[in-house]
Design a protein around this ligand. Structure first.
Ligand SMILES: O=P(O)(O)OC[C@H]1O[C@@H](O)[C@H](O)[C@@H](O)[C@@H]1O
Length: 194
């Protein structure tokens, strides 16, 4: 058995912080193992136009190919068909850049080494009962996760997994891959950036 506690905090600027704590409450001395993902869906202008940055050059398991392992080759993730991947050993910040809406979502995480990126595209969207046929065009799912290596807790041990989501106004400058810079540069006029 286990105890799960979720702390939800909304910051003054609208940032959302989720803190999950899971404790093994087994009385019989047995360990408890689990995998974890915050299934966060982001509202975007157009799935064909956005980029996900921060996962380039990383290895991923492809859920559409029996979790075969590949290495990301692009300088950002772009979407042109169904995609369902588990990126491994990811940095603590990932950016979802929506040029059309001039908005960047920044995902910050702790205790969660992996990141799932998912969009069902048209065929799977049609097959899902709780998902509109066209809704895949305006969403992307980026999940802070611990999947490749299950977390194992001894009795009494506790694990903490944190997620922080923020939306910042932004223009996308080609080649700007660091989410830190996206935040800092978001107020800099476009013509002052080389
Ligand atoms: O409907 P949910 O629980 O948000 O899950 C959606 C997707 O979540 C992802 O984590 C999975 O990799 C996908 O295969 C799955 O379809």
């Amino acid at each position: 058995s286990f105890e799960y506690r979720l702390r939800v905090a909304l910051g003054p600027g609208g940032d959302l912080m989720l803190t999950s704590r899971i404790r093994n409450t087994n009385a019989d001395g047995k360990p408890f193992s689990f995998t974890f993902a915050y299934h966060t869906y982001f509202s975007i202008s157009d799935i064909s136009e956005i980029r996900v940055e921060g996962l380039e050059t990383l290895d991923y398991l492809d859920n559409l190919q029996d979790r075969a392992r590949f290495t990301e080759q692009g300088d950002a993730i772009v979407f042109e068909s169904e995609l369902d991947r588990i990126y491994l050993g990811t940095p603590s910040k990932i950016a979802i850049i929506d040029h059309e809406k001039k908005r960047t979502f920044v995902v910050r995480k702790g205790g969660l080494p992996d990141a799932v990126v998912w969009n069902p595209w048209d065929k799977k969207a049609k097959a899902m009962a709780d998902f509109g046929d066209d809704e895949y065009k305006r969403m992307v799912c980026v999940e802070a996760a611990a999947i490749e290596k299950a977390i194992t807790l001894k009795p009494g041990e506790e694990w903490t997994g944190k997620l922080e989501l923020s939306a910042v106004p932004s223009s996308y400058y080609s080649g700007q891959l660091d989410p830190d810079r996206v935040i800092q540069d978001s107020v800099v006029p476009e013509d002052s950036v080389s």
